[in-house]
Design a binder for this molecule. Structure first.
Ligand code: UD1
Length: 343
């Protein structure tokens, strides 16, 4: 951990969110000075308390919307960052179907603003949160970055594909920005200290928060969405990546961008473990890792679910010199410790 006032500053939009807050920790541990921009529309101020407990000090936070051009220009001027990690986005697939314009506006306008402001303030390094959702159900597994993207199944997924295209096209027009889009697989877990973690709003849509809430007795039972898929136990397969490992991948991405020669560059990199796990195996591993039983029932398939997707992480290993370190059991234990703190 560094307390130096001279550490290079990195703007982290959405820095109070699940992945953002863990990345703030990784940035500090790597000697960077994160500057959070978060309007708390989908995160809690308590994340800042958690960060303070982990880091032993405050992190600068601007509680503003990252789509306000004037405020953002002021922040660039005042903070003089050397890079931007852009997490801030809406991410509820179901809501995006009901409110597509909210998703297109909130997920794309700030991205374009950042790409306009960065050259104005000579900020060259940009890391973008993308998602394996851009692959849909790939014809071949594991998915490499060359696997063709498929048409998005939701406005949310489309904003990630369009976001990647916006960056690609801006870079092709030679704006002086070096950008990496990280395609996350399924982020899970929490900081081992249980000071920060995932804070789903309302009923969780994602598997692991639903498991921990069920184990905690907040939900009577988990519904496993389908056991008639063409997989070893019939349930869907995903690549669950620990949020701390994912956070470290952002720091590696940033370091590689900083080392690269100035100029316009863009690339995409999968961030996963390279291992696919079935839903039932996640439940079993949770029970073994925590000693707590999860009530579940098998239900029908969920509309829009792909049968299986997991990453080929060769490129992340090679380009970022990064690989996932934490086991599924460790991630699930951390998620449980975090849940216990929330009860
Ligand atoms: C979901 C989104 C994806 C987004 C990602 C972000 C959908 C269709 N996809 O991915 O676009 O990028 O979150 O994290 O929403 N499951 C159950 N019971 C539950 C919840 C989930 O069986 O109550 C199963 C699902 O069928 C799936 C697996 O658990 O097989 C993981 O589900 P989830 O955590 O929602 O992630 P994804 O669907 O992979």
């Amino acid at each position: 951990m560094t307390l130096s006032g001279n550490s290079p500053k990195i703007l982290v939009t959405g820095g109070a969110g699940f992945i953002g807050s863990h990345t703030v920790v990784s940035l500090v541990n790597a000697g960077f000075e994160p500057v959070i921009i978060d309007d708390f529309s989908n995160s809690e101020r308590s994340a800042l308390d958690g960060l303070r407990a982990i880091l032993g000090r405050d992190v600068t936070c601007y509680p503003v919307n990252c789509n306000d051009a004037e405020i953002m220009a002021d922040i660039f001027r005042k903070e003089a960052p050397i890079g931007v990690i852009h997490f801030a986005a809406n991410k509820a697939v179901g809501e995006s179907v009901a409110k597509p314009l909210k998703y297109y506006r909130n997920n794309l306008d700030p991205l374009m603003l950042l790409l306009e402001l960065m050259p104005q303030f000579s900020v060259q390094n940009f890391v973008f949160s993308s998602s394996c959702t851009v692959y849909g159900q790939p014809a071949q597994l594991p998915v490499t970055e060359e696997t063709p993207r498929l048409p998005a199944q939701s406005p949310y997924g489309n904003t990630k594909a369009i976001g990647e295209d916006i960056i690609r096209d801006a870079i092709a027009a030679q704006i002086p920005v070096k950008a990496l889009a990280l395609r996350y697989f399924n982020p899970i877990g929490a900081h081992p200290s249980a000071e920060i973690g995932e804070l789903p709003l309302g009923v969780p849509a994602n598997l692991v928060p639903f498991i921990t809430q069920t184990a905690a007795g907040i939900r009577p039972s988990l519904t496993v969405y389908g056991d008639d898929y063409n997989t070893p136990d019939g349930t869907c397969i995903r690549d669950y990546i620990d949020v701390g490992d994912l956070a470290d991948a952002h720091v590696q991405a940033l370091k590689k961008l900083i080392e690269a020669p100035a100029g316009a560059s863009y690339d995409v990199i999968n961030i996963g473990t390279g291992r696919g796990e079935t839903v039932l195996n996640v439940i079993r591993t949770f029970e073994e890792a925590t000693g707590v039983k999860v009530n579940y029932v098998i239900g029908p398939r969920r509309a829009g679910d792909v049968e299986q997707v997991y990453a080929d992480v060769t490129k992340a290993n090679r380009v970022l010199e990064w690989s996932a370190r934490r086991s599924l059991a460790e991630s699930l234990r951390d998620a449980w410790n975090w849940q216990k703190k929330l009860i």
